[in-house]
Design a protein around this ligand. Structure first.
Ligand SMILES: O=c1ccn([C@@H]2O[C@H](COP(=O)(O)O)[C@@H](O)[C@H]2O)c(=O)[nH]1
Length: 247
């Protein structure tokens, strides 16, 4: 069963904790990203853990292997359950991260970011690749070879990653919106977007949702709406043209 992760993108710990208490009991996972961690520091991780929540630390490490090894060790010591690094950091960096995770007491799950969901083929063309799915697949392969647990991609590539890795890599998909609209309305700054049912039918294991929940009038009700859509995902909804658009 796929799990929902709530992205707590706030500038102050108090706001994040207020939201965490509001959604408590509705979701097991929260995501602490660059904005919150930079503002609030490691203490906010401890606070979330004390509330009984699982913490996904989404700092997307991308540096030389020795530095990333140390960063993963530090994050593991904070007690995070999952963290991210960039797949494009190279094989040695990914392996250093894995070694640090495996030798830590907590061994957090490691997910490699393939192509950010805010990027389109126009963006990746600057990196010499205009086939987003192909680039996601290649970066996912490298992540799998380095022994990582999974990758971050959009729901549009989840099926490809699952098939290519023979189900070995878990898929974590941000860019999830309830009302998937072909003209991109409601997508905010996300380019590769899908609705929850589509993500689940494509094999996504973790769906990350921020603003549609944290910006809702009733965040707990919004979480329930996402969970209902995930639970209702039937096999008939898996056609590529349903529930997805590609900006
Ligand atoms: O490729 C990526 C990797 C990470 N994210 C993060 O997910 C959430 C999405 O928030 P929304 O408000 O639902 O758009 C956000 O914290 C990003 O940092 C991503 O969107 N895409």
């Amino acid at each position: 069963m796929a799990e929902l992760i709530i992205a707590l993108d706030f500038p102050h710990a108090e706001q994040a904790l207020f939201m965490a208490r509001t959604v408590h009991g509705e979701a097991d996972w929260v995501k602490i990203g660059l904005e919150l961690f930079t503002a609030a520091g490691p203490r906010v991780v401890t606070d979330m853990k004390e509330l009984g929540l699982k913490v996904f630390l989404d700092l997307k490490f991308h540096d030389i292997p020795n530095t990333v090894r140390g960063a993963v060790r530090s994050a593991a010591n904070l007690g995070v359950d999952m963290l991210t690094l960039h797949a494009s950091g190279g094989r040695a960096m990914l392996e250093a991260a894995r070694e640090a995770s495996l030798t830590s007491r907590q061994s957090p799950l490691l997910f490699a970011v393939t192509v950010l969901t805010s990027m389109s083929a126009e963006d990746t063309a600057l990196l010499g690749r205009n086939d987003v799915p192909g680039l996601v697949r290649d970066l996912a392969r490298a992540s799998g070879q380095a022994g990582l647990d999974g990758v971050v991609c959009s729901a549009l590539e989840a099926k490809l990653v699952k098939e290519d890795s023979r189900g070995k890599l878990a898929c974590l998909t941000p860019g999830i919106r309830l009302a998937a609209s072909p003209d991109g309305a409601g997508a905010d700054d996300q380019k590769r977007v899908a609705d929850p049912a589509f993500a689940v039918t494509q094999g996504s294991d973790y769906l990350v949702v921020g603003r549609p929940i944290t910006g809702a009038q009733d965040p707990a009700a919004a979480i329930r709406a996402f969970q209902r859509a995930m639970a209702e995902a039937g096999p008939a909804k898996g056609k590529p043209e349903d529930g997805a658009w590609n900006g």
